[in-house]
Design a protein around this ligand. Structure first.
Ligand code: ADP
Ligand code: GLC
Length: 481
């Protein structure tokens, strides 16, 4: 099967969060199921630079103008990933990140930048690239969600479409005034189209138009059809019935492999955990932490309300009072960044903070810390708990979304059975988080129990194998309709 995937980021080329990890890893896992995936990405400067640096063979394919702008496709394979890079310098050749300028503000023309990605995706899906005609188009999040809308509005043959929701909080809603510039037929301005409470809703339109909606964990699939979790789209999603499927994310177990990770001080495995202590010592050194016997708990995350990290920031003193040292790597809301920096000032050798984004550092944290704190208020899947499992860095997580689906709580029975892989707490509150921390400390105090949990965590299947089979099955079913 030929698959066209469309995403606004893909690791290792461009990453701001978990979407990139998924878009960068899933194609390799799908290859084992006879799915040939080409991923369409915007031609951001880092992507064009990566093509140049690699000296890769590029086929330059002309495209009709996209939303009035000159466009072409650069077909290239990078890091084993087959790509169609949408080259539209006017839209993508910017300083700053994929969505925001250097000052962190959304680009004012994001509506055009991602409508163009979606439109170009639809053009390619219908044969704009000679010799390429996909069986399935798989689009990710609001940035690519208009592709199914463009396809549904066309009267030419079209492939079947799947849309994956990675995070319902980002919907791509814009004022009605942009509608005429999207080059959609007037009929698309409707409840079945992109109209959404008087605005244009990119995700909303895509959720209606696609053949199947997937999201990144079974529990999140259940949460988003409720008023509490649906962020305004629960009615629509409920209406899609069995056309909404939750498939849990996996991780790239070659990129994330403690036995062969070039970023970490000492490699280790479930069978030989001993060297892990060197990674802990190295982490202490890197963050200037006091060297002592107690545990190190870590945070690697966007510092936002979704992730519940204001809760961790609020109880830093209590955490430290329990003999825990804390390592925080992340960036996001100024209040949360500031609260962690203040905690560092109060406890310079017990709270280590790096504000910023550092991919290799995130590996060293997972390898050196004892546990990773993930008190998310909602979490479609979450990948950091999967990296934690893989690295024997015990996840302490709120019982939401994919966190609930991927961690086995260390209750009495699970610990005895050797099945426990983490600690789950019922609700994202400081009280519940502190209770979970206390419970974790009891488990940590018994070295044999903790070791058993680490081994179970490291042996848990966090690969893409099972989920890639589910996606392939879904694609196959669609082609048969
Ligand atoms: P989300 O996509 O909602 O941010 P995920 O858990 O799915 O959450 O994915 C986050 C990804 O981004 C993980 O790969 C995580 O390691 C990475 N990440 C987040 N913040 C940082 C950071 N400050 N430095 C390095 N990696 C980070
Ligand atoms: C989103 C979600 C996160 C998920 C990631 C990849 O960013 O917030 O929970 O793991 O997408 O699917």
């Amino acid at each position: 099967m030929q698959i066209l995937a469309i995403a606004s980021e893909a690791f290792p080329l461009i990453k701001t969060g978990g979407l990139a990890d998924v878009a960068g890893a899933l194609p390799f896992a799908l290859a084992a199921h006879d799915c040939d995936v080409v991923t369409m990405l915007p031609g951001y400067p880092v992507v064009l630079k990566a093509i140049e640096t690699a000296g890769a063979d590029v086929a330059v394919l002309p495209l009709e103008p996209v939303l009035g702008g000159a466009a072409r496709i650069l077909a290239v394979t990078l890091h084993g990933l087959k790509l169609f890079v949408l080259d539209m310098p006017e839209l993508y050749d910017r300083l700053g990140g994929p969505y925001t300028d250097a000052g962190g503000h959304d680009y004012a023309d994001n509506w055009r930048r991602f409508a163009a990605l979606s439109k170009a995706g639809a053009m390619v899906a219908q044969g704009a690239v000679p010799g390429f005609l996909p069986d399935i188009v798989h689009v990710h999040d609001w940035q690519a969600a208009l592709t199914p809308v463009y396809l549904a509005a066309s009267n030419r043959p079209r492939p079947k479409t799947a849309l994956t929701i990675h995070n319902l909080a980002f919907q791509g809603n814009y004022p009605a005034a942009i509608f005429p510039q999207l080059e959609l037929p007037p009929t698309s301005w409707s409840i079945e189209g992109v109209e959404y409470y008087g605005n244009v809703g990119y995700l909303k339109g895509g959720l209606h138009a696609c053949d199947v909606v997937t999201t990144v964990s079974p529990t999140y699939a259940k949460e988003i059809v409720t008023p509490g979790g649906g962020m305004g789209l629960d009615g629509l999603l409920l209406g899609r019935g069995s056309r909404l499927v939750g498939i849990v994310n996996g991780i790239d177990t070659t990129v994330w492999d403690p036995a062969g990770d070039p970023a970490i001080a000492a490699p280790y495995s479930a069978r030989n955990l001993k060297p892990r202590v060197h990674d802990k010592r190295a982490l202490e050194g890197e963050f200037g932490l006091r060297r002592e016997d107690g545990p190190i708990f870590a945070v690697v995350s966007r510092l936002t309300w979704q992730k519940g990290l204001d809760l961790v920031a609020d109880i830093c003193d209590e955490i430290v009072a329990r003999g825990v040292r804390l390592v925080v790597v992340g960036s996001g809301e100024a209040m949360i960044e500031g609260a962690f920096q203040a905690a560092h000032s109060r406890h310079p050798d017990r709270v280590g903070v790096r504000i910023g984004y550092d991919e290799t550092l995130s590996h060293r944290v997972q390898a050196g810390a004892d546990a990773i704190l993930i008190p998310s208020r909602f979490e479609p899947c979450g990948l950091t708990q999967l990296y934690g499992l893989r690295y024997g860095c015990i996840p302490i997580v709120a019982k939401v979304g994919g966190l609930a689906d991927t961690v086995v709580d260390a209750n009495y029975a699970a610990v005895n059975a050797g099945a426990a892989t983490g600690v789950i707490f019922p609700s994202p509150t400081t009280d519940a988080l502190l209770e979970a921390i206390d419970r974790s400390l009891e488990l940590y105090a018994d070295a044999a129990v903790w070791r058993k949990m680490q081994v179970a965590a490291m042996k848990a299947d966090v690969s893409w194998d099972k989920s890639a089979a589910l996606y392939a099955g879904l694609y196959r079913d669609l082609t048969k309709e």
